[in-house]
Write a protein that binds this ligand. Sequence first.
Ligand SMILES: Nc1ncnc2c1ncn2[C@@H]1O[C@H](COP(=O)(O)OP(=O)(O)OP(=O)(O)O)[C@@H](O)[C@H]1O
Ligand SMILES: [Mg+2]
Length: 209
Amino acid sequence: MSARRARFITVEGIDGAGKSTHLEWLAAQLRALGHSLLVSREPGGTELGERLRELVLHADMDVETETLIMFAARREHMARVILPALAAGQWVLCDRFSDASFAYQGGGKGVAHDKLSTLERWVQGDFGPDLTLLFDIPTEQARSRLAAARSPDRFEREGQAFFERVRDAYLKRAAAQPERFVVIDASRGIEAIQEQIGDEIRQRFTPDV
Ligand SMILES: Nc1ncnc2c1ncn2[C@@H]1O[C@H](COP(=O)(O)OP(=O)(O)OP(=O)(O)O)[C@@H](O)[C@H]1O
Ligand SMILES: [Mg+2]
């Protein structure tokens, strides 16, 4: 198993799209296949990152400040957690990564694409996910799933127009990088989605899965 290359897989989508639900399922599948695995999330993923997460989710701040904090937390996460895990042969599954900055701070809040690309290059160099599962769902449907689940944070309190922009920005980014993204129709039932994810993983990563 150790001779096989570990993969970095991210899940993306608007709040309530089903990222955490399916990440947990995928982690269980990969573990059952015998892979050593690290599951993480952004913002967060390190002790400092979790403190920064608290700030960006709950403190009011300028959107460019917010963007810089997101990428600072990402740098810490990548350098201290993600890269060492991959080097040690662990697969890494992450709930959100840079695509979320393009979608939320870019599409949602209007930060210029150039600035985001510059930060992405600075923080990541050539590094990025091997595969990104984008859970795409109408904003209304995501909102009603979330309403049943928990109380909203600073992002989840944004209006529907905000989430429409975030959703569009995600879809644009997926269209620009079709080899990395799989867009999943997340309005369907959980079983149909799991079947698609399983197929994608086998198709892309056999014989390593
Ligand atoms: N395909 C589905 N059909 C029905 N309910 C679902 C489906 N996927 C997820 N859910 C439910 O919707 C809610 C939101 O899902 P989940 O927490 O996985 O979304 P998320 O994308 O991680 O959201 P957030 O960005 O806010 O963390 C949960 O209660 C979950 O059980
Ligand atoms: Mg989640």
